[in-house]
Design a protein around this ligand. Structure first.
Ligand code: PNS
Length: 178
């Protein structure tokens, strides 16, 4: 196939993927997807969104980056970064060819499909690849983790240990309601 020379996505020898999200907090489902991505790609960039709309995040973007770096300290293929603006612009800037997104259930599909097609419209050469986490993580989401934690429920095994420790030290959960 003829490789276009006008492609807006830089094509180096490395297969670079970008895995974007809010990661507030990083869950074991995210860790599972990143680990699977690292087995396929030469580099996987965990790209944490600076989300201006979100009024009360659990962790700052710097704190989220720090925890992700600690979790993947042993894996040189995983790079942690933050971005604002359009994902496709950041992906281009980083020389990524692929956007990785996790699909947990059919309910994720509609939103993911819309995003994938919009991103394709913006940069046709950037392919979105969906990956499934291990079955045991299919019900985990950052939103549910925040909710269970805030109401005093256990979150062990759902997030990396460093995340649980920092959640407990920075934001003690509410007293369980009687
Ligand atoms: O944590 P999330 O909500 O699953 O992540 C959503 C994310 C960060 C992938 C999406 O909101 C995003 O890409 N935002 C950057 C702005 C952008 O490019 N918007 C157009 C998407 S089609």
């Amino acid at each position: 196939m003829n490789q276009t020379t006008t492609s807006p996505v830089a094509r180096g020898p490395e297969r670079v993927a970008i895995y974007p999200g809010s990661f507030d907090p990083l869950t074991n489902g995210h860790v599972d997807i990143i680990t699977r991505g690292a087995a396929i790609f030469d580099r996987i960039i965990v790209a944490i969104l600076h989300n201006r709309e979100k009024s009360s995040p659990l962790f700052t973007v710097d704190e989220r980056m720090d925890m992700a770096r600690i979790v993947f300290a042993h894996e040189p293929k995983v790079v942690v970064a933050s971005f604002g603006g359009l994902l496709v612009d950041f992906a281009r800037q980083q020389g990524a060819h692929v956007i990785v997104r996790g699909l947990r259930a059919i309910s994720d599909f509609e939103y993911e499909f819309q995003m994938a097609l919009m991103n394709r419209r913006l940069v046709p050469e950037l392919e979105t690849v969906f990956m499934m986490p291990a079955e045991s993580y299919t019900y985990i989401s950052s939103r549910l983790i925040r909710e269970v934690f805030a109401l005093g429920g256990p979150i062990a095994g759902l997030v990396p240990e460093i995340v649980e420790t920092r959640m407990r030290s920075t934001r003690p959960p509410d007293e369980p309601r009687s």
